[in-house]
Design a binder for this molecule. Sequence first.
Ligand code: HEM
Length: 145
Amino acid sequence: MQDTQYGTQDASFRAAGGEEGLRRLVDAFYDEMQRLAEARRILEMHPADLEESRDKLSRFLCGWLGGPRRYQERYGSITLPSAHGHLDIGESERDAWLRCMFLAVEAQPYTEDFKEYLLKQLFVPAERIRRVCADRLGSREGSGA
Ligand code: HEM
């Protein structure tokens, strides 16, 4: 099957199992983050109680995959770079985040096609966030030199 099919309307949202499926994915994602030693640094960037983080990410993914914009309904507008601008995210933090997501996606009853598509799509904002953080850190270092 083609990647393009998933990017159309709410096809990806449906392939992910809708709101319930996305909450299961995000629960598995944060469970991995709590379990994996390599994710400890990114876990520590989160509030101690992960309930709101679970709610925010599953709602965000809903709209991001073409479903209803649940994040905005509860939390208002968001852009990913500014939501992460205060964090120090380099390659290892990006990769730890993607590793948790890889394991979480693997545990879902999705088709192999959709798993591959979703992980490829998630790399794009993860890398954009890393670049924005690198630019911020770079300009901070630059100004002190
Ligand atoms: C690049 C690796 C990433 C890391 C290390 C990371 C880490 C974090 C952390 C630590 C928070 C909590 C911030 C706080 O409470 O102050 C957060 C929030 C959030 N992240 Fe990420 N994140 C990453 C990538 C992504 C991606 C790719 C997405 C979406 C596809 C995403 C979506 C969100 C959302 C929606 C929130 C809630 C923002 C808010 O309402 O404040 N993150 N992330």
